[in-house]
Design a protein around this ligand. Structure first.
Ligand code: C2E
Ligand code: MG
Ligand code: MG
Length: 610
């Protein structure tokens, strides 16, 4: 008669941790042979309705040094026990009442959480059909009944070794030897639960190498691989448990370091103590990774960006924490790389809007949501409109008007600026030609060109094509470049500017006064016009300093043969002052806001009749 009986050994370590021997796997880096778990730690589960068989096998196992055995004679309970306790191997009897060994095996193989657990079938049957059926259903091995002790130990050893190898492949990154994303997701669940019970704060730190793709693309993947290994070792040393006072209980000598993607590493800190500790660690990692890397006889300079999410404030589960650390990391990159950033709701909202705008901007042109508005430029001497600055507008179908201050940087970062910029040059040229044809006078159109656009090789051809298609004389087009753009790369800029100039266009320095260039330095560049930034104009004539600077800029610019345009003129006082100090042209709300093209045409006509 069989009694229904489960025996679960008293295990200090939870079975989930010992189940795959991962506690051990965690603790060894280096070559694979040394990373196999001590198989005596393995949890072995036995399902057999005959208690005597269980007793005999258990005795053999204990003699061989296996101390973690779970047994049951009740096959109806077997599946739930396996699912909950996740043994390293199951010894399974086939002939059992109600639920057979075949049933259990079939179930296990269709359950993603159990399908990788090896199953050794215990059978007294020598019948080939039974064996074949068990193999078909996914049995790993067979053991004849009555069980022979040496055969049992040998088959177990082989099965556990194969399992350890599989785990190694599944849970570790082959290149760096670090635990991988899967390990992160499965093993840290318990650490979070513990932190929850003990009311502690954990940290997920997401580290991404800056411009790693560029290195991979230019120097080749083998150099990239070496670099990743080197970075992994560096991170490991910076995270040594004894070095990490606040680390609390480290999960292993890797620190709690994972490689979760190509150039993405994650550090998990089970108990941060205080925020100061986290920022110190982040800073230390940044400094360490920014040191030059000697790889393949080259000295490479690399920086990284770090995003930080804190449990439980920034998320209750690993998925959310990882996602939020990732968002914070993207934000750190936008801040200019080589920096760290904590996750926050504001960052999240901003990042989400940004991602959504980025996505939508790709469709904006084809959806006809982009247009150009024109702000009149007025000549001080004659009071006439002599041209206009083209300013891009994005009328989003749901979000309404989006400022170029927001979407131009996105366009730059995503490369969409090439397309948008070419469209603006083309559209502005066509409009300008239209004004001429309509008899509005020899109006000029000014088009803003951003730094990305300026650096890309096809710019000259784009300008040339726009003018040709519009049949517009180049002398009517002004290209506006910001002061900081010109100064960022003066030597290359001079060459590019000369070529544009030779094509017959005019060149203007936008936002002058916000950078650090001196006027005499600008003499090197073939410029025609200088636009005094709105920040100076704003407080004149009241602010004596700004008034003096503006007056001086105008005098110096004239001495260099540049004409001066004042930006952002809003009041009659500003206008009077600027006229008095000899400014050549102005634009601003005082005369007119930027207008849709038809309204601009009307405005010019009205001015001509006044
Ligand atoms: P910007 O080239 O310096 O343009 C002048 C900005 O000042 C415009 O802002 C204009 O609407 C605003 N403005 C003009 N008069 C006044 C005034 O009296 N008071 C005040 N408070 N503001 C005034 P907007 O249109 O928002 O454009 C912002 C920036 O976006 C531009 O600065 C330019 O750098 C960039 N941008 C606009 N369109 C384009 C484009 O087609 N291509 C590129 N690359 N950048 C563009
Ligand atoms: Mg401008
Ligand atoms: Mg400006």
């Amino acid at each position: 008669m069989s009694t229904n009986k489960h025996r679960i050994p008293d295990m200090k370590n939870s079975p989930a941790e010992t189940a795959t021997g991962d506690a051990e796997l965690f603790s060894n880096a280096g070559d694979f042979e040394h990373q196999l778990p001590s198989r005596r730690d393995a949890t072995i589960m036995m399902v057999d309705d005959e208690e005597t068989t269980i007793d005999v096998v258990q005795m053999f196992l204990e003699d061989a040094g296996y101390t973690h055995c779970i047994t049951t004679t009740d096959s109806t309970q077997a599946l739930s026990m396996i699912s909950e306790l996740r043994p390293d191997v199951v010894l399974l009897d086939l002939n059992m009442p109600v639920v057979s060994g075949f049933d259990i095996l079939t179930h296990m193989r269709s359950d993603p959480n159990m399908k990788h657990i090896p199953v050794v079938i215990l059978t007294s049957s020598t019948d080939g059909k039974t064996k074949l059926k068990a193999l078909e259903l996914g049995a790993t091995d067979f053991l004849g009944k009555p069980v022979d002790s040496s055969e049992l130990v040998l088959r177990l050893r082989n099965t556990l070794t194969a399992k350890a190898y599989q785990d190694r492949l599944a849970f570790y990154d082959g290149l760096t030897g670090l635990p991988n994303r899967r390990m992160f997701m499965t093993r840290l669940q318990r650490a979070l639960q513990r932190a929850h019970h003990e009311n502690k704060n954990c940290v997920v730190m997401h580290i991404n190498l800056d411009r790693f793709k560029q290195i991979n693309d230019t120097l080749g993947h083998s150099v990239g691989d070496l670099l990743l290994k080197l970075i992994a070792r560096r991170l490991e040393t910076s995270l040594r448990p004894d070095d990490m006072v606040m680390a609390g209980e480290a999960l292993g000598p890797h620190g709690n370091l994972f490689r979760i993607g190509g150039d993405e590493f994650t550090v998990f800190i089970p108990d941060i103590g205080n925020v100061e500790n986290t920022t110190q660690l982040a800073q230390r990692i940044l400094t360490l990774l920014a040191k030059p890397c000697n790889v393949a006889k080259q000295e490479l300079f690399l920086t990284s960006s770090i995003g930080i999410a804190v449990f439980p404030d920034d998320g209750h589960d690993l998925d959310t924490l990882l996602k939020h650390a990732d968002i914070a990391m993207s934000h750190a990159k936008q801040q200019g790389t080589n920096t760290y950033q904590f996750y926050s709701k504001e960052i999240n909202a901003r990042t989400e809007r940004r991602l959504s705008l980025e996505h939508q901007l790709r469709k904006a042109l084809s959806r006809d949501e982009i247009s150009l508005h024109y702000q009149p430029k007025v000549d001080f001497a004659s009071g006439q409109i002599i041209g206009a600055e083209a300013l891009m507008r994005w009328m989003h179908r749901d979000l309404g008007m989006i400022s170029p201050v927001e979407f131009i940087p996105i366009a730059e970062e995503t490369g969409l600026i090439t397309e948008l910029g070419a469209w603006a040059l083309h559209t502005a040229s066509v409009h300008c030609k239209g004004w001429h044809t309509a008899g509005l006078g020899a109006l000029r159109v000014a088009v803003n060109v951003s730094s990305q656009q300026f650096r890309q090789p096809g710019l000259l051809q784009t300008i040339e094509a726009a003018l040709r298609e519009a049949q517009l004389d180049p002398k009517h087009v002004v290209i506006e470049l910001t002061e900081s753009m010109i100064m960022a790369n003066p030597n290359e800029t001079v060459t590019a500017l000369r070529m544009i100039k030779e094509m017959g266009l005019k060149l203007s320095v936008d936002d002058f006064g916000t950078g650090y260039s001196s006027l005499s330095y600008l003499k090197r560049f073939p410029l025609d016009e200088l636009k005094v930034d709105r920040s100076f104009v704003k407080d004149i004539p009241g602010d004596a300093d700004d008034a003096a600077i503006t007056a001086a800029i105008i005098v110096l610019a004239h001495s260099l043969g540049l004409s001066v345009v004042a930006e952002g003129v809003e009041t009659a006082e500003q206008l009077a002052f600027l006229k008095n100090v000899g400014c050549d042209e102005y634009q601003g709300y005082f005369f007119s806001k930027p207008l849709p093209e038809p309204a601009f045409v009307e405005r010019v006509k009205r001015a001509q009749h006044d």
